[in-house]
Design a protein around this ligand. Sequence first.
Ligand SMILES: *Cc1c(COP(=O)(O)O)cnc(C)c1O
Length: 383
Amino acid sequence: MSSQFISYGKQCLDDSDIDAVCRVLRSDFLTQGPRVPAFESAVSSYVDARYSIAVNSATSALHIACLSLSLGQGDVMWTTPNTFVASANVGLLCGAEVDFVDIDPKTYNMSADALRAKLIIAKKNNRLPKIVIPVHFAGQSCDMKSIWELSQEFGFSIIEDASHAIGGDYLDGKIGNCKYAQITVFSFHPVKIITTAEGGLATTNSEELADKMKLFRSHGVTRETKFMGESHGPWYYEQVELGLNYRMTEMQAALGVSQMNSIDKFVEIRRKRATEYDNLLKNLEVKLPYQATDSVSAFHLYPIWVNPQIRGAIIQKMLNNKIGVNVHYIPVHTQPYYRKLGFKQGQFPESEKYYAGAMSLPLHPLLSDEDISRVVATLKKSF
Ligand SMILES: *Cc1c(COP(=O)(O)O)cnc(C)c1O
């Protein structure tokens, strides 16, 4: 019997998710109806943030987050090299200069110590960042308390890229409550914790930032009297910012509302599977994902680290046996586009060292006990 391909990540939909989308297709509103605000309320109350702005991707959410904080030409934005390219690209899209802060070799998250060291130098050079974007890698929160303290000392804003981390906790609150950030961003791509097909969302406790993000999401156009001059009549609107069309559809939002009913279950299953991997792999020559005591990871990824000399061969053997392992992430500064901007191999050594041995094992709610056994047995044989 030939076995099925096991992918590293996958959406988990049930009949109620599918019914929710079908109901929208039979309703009056495919866009700009009641489901987007309903999804925003659901996320706001789940993470305990005052405002949510749903958009068509996390990349869009990061972009309007940067725009609402007035990132532009002449400004500097910092993020981590161990992320998807979008976390860095949004800075360039705003016309800002982008730079990176190396990772903590234990958590693979942005190192607060490296951030402090870089801030001290940047202050001397009068090139402090306007925004820092820490990324909660694999679903585990960054050391936000330390990063927040640095933001107060050095005067920058924080956007948490929590694309991996909805459903996770940090200290005594949910990731996304913006206790240690101006804005937090989530992704709902199918491999993430919950899905809206494509989709993203920004949370904030600032009315001013929420208002701006709503404007940037929809052409910079408003019908709200508080933003406008004198109305010409009921048809009247004004463009007050240079915005985009980053709106989420009603089908996506309905799927999001329905998926929110399962979020705690999804995170629980992911965490249970991660613990199983921990136990089954502990005698193998691999570095297992470190778990900090101040947070509860949503476990978007289960990243292990193996000897870089054999990593490529192991991945090939896993793929040959239909186990969809993946690598997160190729350090962003080593991408050709960023090399053209002047970044060089060797500039962020911890990210590069991590990348050389990184491998993410399959982890999603639909994995069976047999799938986990097959992943582990194949990995053991691959050494
Ligand atoms: C997935 C992801 C993004 C981009 O999310 P989209 O919703 O696909 O735009 C950004 N940052 C990180 C860390 C991600 O994992």
